[in-house]
Design a protein around this ligand. Structure first.
Ligand SMILES: [Zn+2]
Ligand SMILES: [Zn+2]
Length: 180
């Protein structure tokens, strides 16, 4: 039935089922003319499902439905919650720079919240979803430090922003305000 919904959207094929939702159209527009990424994404979803690496306890209900599927979004989030690795990443950055600042907007929790904010910062996994494999190890260099706001902004809309795109947006807009 899902195939028939997509067939209805496909301008090259007659008929199909008109009852498909908005997401069907979004998926069609994103993947119809990018077969290699479609293939990679499908393979990644299959792999994750077969290894059972998605952590059902991770709540992604307030995230926008991902075109790559909740399966891969969950994998992304679970990789960001790899405590040992997050700890290592923070220790490395702290040692090198003396602080834990957001890579996009430079927000430093300790600067604003004092002792209460010490050691607080979120980790974002920077590899595109379709390149994530369930058992593949996350490297320290795959993680970026982001404040809670910037991390939400990365995931707010599809496609997710890269750190470079986010930095650009922040610098462009921060010059216009004096929030920090
Ligand atoms: Zn930030
Ligand atoms: Zn993230």
């Amino acid at each position: 039935m899902k195939i028939a919904n997509l067939q209805y959207i496909d301008p090259d094929r007659p008929s199909g089922l008109a009852a498909g939702g908005k997401l069907d159209r979004e998926i069609w527009e994103e993947f119809a003319y990018d077969r290699p990424r479609l293939r990679q994404t499908a393979a990644a979803i299959r792999e994750v499902l077969s290894t059972g690496q998605t952590n059902a306890k991770i709540d992604v209900s307030d995230d926008e439905e991902a075109s790559e599927g909740r399966t891969l979004t969950r994998l992304h989030k679970s990789k960001e919650r790899n405590r040992a690795l997050v700890k290592k990443k923070k220790a490395k950055v702290l040692k090198e720079s003396g602080k834990l600042a957001c890579e996009a907007c430079s927000f430093d929790f300790t600067e604003v919240y004092g002792a209460h904010g010490e050691g607080f910062i979120e980790c974002h996994h920077t590899r595109p979803l379709h390149t994530l494999d369930a058992i593949g190890k996350t490297k320290l260099s795959d993680l970026a430090l982001l404040c809670a706001n910037c991390h939400r902004m990365v995931h707010a809309k599809r496609p997710w922003l890269t750190i470079e795109q986010l930095q650009k947006i922040v610098t462009q807009n921060l010059t216009a305000t004096s929030f920090y």
